[in-house]
Design a protein around this ligand. Structure first.
Ligand SMILES: *Cc1c(COP(=O)(O)O)cnc(C)c1O
Length: 421
């Protein structure tokens, strides 16, 4: 099936007389007719539902849909994108380990990796997102467990050379984790370029309507964990009656471990109602994404002509630093997000923002409605100047998330903003 069809039909196939739409299973728990039957699902959690901290039928349908869209074998939804990134790393890294990450990633992920994981004894080795193959291969140490990057980085809009990153990770016997939030599987499927694990903040385009915060981790099923570097997957898990994930769950060992160990202990599972809302967003994802791209390229071309703008970053715009790479990885478009650097720095950026009427000033991105954000005073305000620079952010930078309004109205609003400078 193609994307449009998967968005509508994957994950849930009602039988005779069953609801057309995947229902909200608003239940914490599931009933069994004997103690033996309960014991059986504890032995094999894939045999049935136990408790809605591990799995829930509404969420299960969404997980299957997302796994299908990304071309993975399994997916696990989480209560936020941050929880998805956290689970993807902690599933294979423990105190004393390290991992390699692109320095051009979401600010919240930088905090998680550079500050919070450091306190847990896990070192993040940041490397330039444009580092060449040799540099990437050499970045790993003996204790390194994985590589991490973002397809289109939020908010710098750098494009990851996924194939090169995957080759470098695999050269070291390590998996590549890719945050595919901005691209969505409609514009890019990182697993087709070698990524082993894909994570998303589903709060963005996948939901699209700004109604739920969520995340997801997807497993390709192709990585060979039995190379001696991942005893956590290949040796018995004493906290889960001696399960050996690669032996007992060979189809999706990474996510089975993440669910039975991390989800059990952290409890960051989404509410059934949130999964229901996410599913509604996913149903139209494949028809929404091309339209965001169509609007955004016109807006980017318009802004690029203004003498009040120092630079425009939009990987789909000819002349952009990442144009060639975007043509390879994102031939159908590079999402609705544009980064604009207003001349005159912070003061003029604020004037531009405050003059907008249609576009809302909010801490969000990838919404169905056009919205703007000034990262230096909002999402990224806790980063140091060096970290800001490494993430490609200056004081005049505005992240414009082009929505699905008529593009003429969006451009008219931006004209008002530019006139206020
Ligand atoms: C928003 C975002 C996150 C964090 O997701 P939440 O759902 O807000 O926790 C992670 N990565 C990227 C690229 C994001 O845009």
């Amino acid at each position: 099936m193609k994307n449009e069809t998967k968005c509508l039909h994957s994950g849930y196939t009602p039988k005779n007389g069953e609801p057309r739409v995947v229902p909200i299973y608003q239940s914490t728990t599931y009933v069994y007719d004997s103690t033996d039957a309960v014991a059986h699902v504890f032995d094999d959690p894939t045999a049935g539902l136990i408790y809605s901290r591990f799995a829930n039928p509404t969420t299960d349908a969404v997980e299957k849909k997302i796994a299908d869209l990304e071309g993975g074998v399994a997916a696990m939804c989480t209560s936020s994108g941050q929880a998805a990134s956290l689970c993807s790393i902690l599933n294979i890294c423990q105190a004393g380990d390290s991992f390699v990450a692109s320095s051009s990633i979401y600010g919240g992920t930088v905090n998680l990796f550079a500050v919070t994981l450091k306190k847990l004894g896990i070192e993040c080795i940041f490397v330039d997102c444009d580092a060449d193959y040799e540099t990437l291969v050499k970045a790993a140490k003996p204790n390194t467990k994985c590589y991490f990057g973002e397809t289109i980085a939020n908010p710098a809009l750098t494009v990851l050379d996924i194939e090169t990153w995957a080759k470098a990770a695999h050269e070291n016997g390590l998996p590549l984790i890719v945050d595919n939030t901005f691209a969505t599987p409609v514009l890019c499927r990182p697993m087709e370029w070698g990524a082993d694990i894909v994570v998303h903040s589903t709060s963005k385009y996948m939901d699209g309507h700004a109604v739920q915060v969520g995340g997801v981790v997807v497993e390709s099923g192709k990585f060979n964990w039995e190379n001696g570097k991942f005893p956590c997957l290949t040796e018995p898990d004493e906290s889960y009656h001696g399960t050996v994930y690669t032996r007992d769950y060979p189809a999706a060992p990474f996510l089975t471990k993440a669910r039975m160990q991390l989800m059990r202990d952290f409890g960051c599972f989404p509410a059934a109602h949130s999964s229901f809302l996410l599913n509604l967003g996913l149903e139209t994802l494949a028809v929404r994404m091309p339209q965001y791209c169509k609007n955004a390229i016109k807006v980017a071309q318009f802004i690029a002509k203004s003498d009040k703008v120092a630079s425009v970053a939009y990987p789909g715009l000819e002349g952009d630093k990442y144009y060639e790479r975007a043509q390879k990885y994102l031939p159908d478009g590079t999402s609705g997000v544009i980064a604009i650097s207003i001349k005159g720095g912070r003061d003029n950026a604020v004037k531009f923002m405050d003059a907008l009427e249609l576009a809302s000033n909010e801490v969000h991105v990838a919404d169905i409605r056009t919205c703007v954000l000034h990262p230096a005073s909002a999402t990224h305000r806790q980063l140091t100047d060096e970290q800001l620079a490494a993430a490609g952010i200056d004081g005049g930078l505005i992240r414009l998330s082009v929505g699905l309004e008529n593009v003429d109205d969006i451009i008219a609003d931006i004209e008002k903003g530019l006139a206020a400078i």
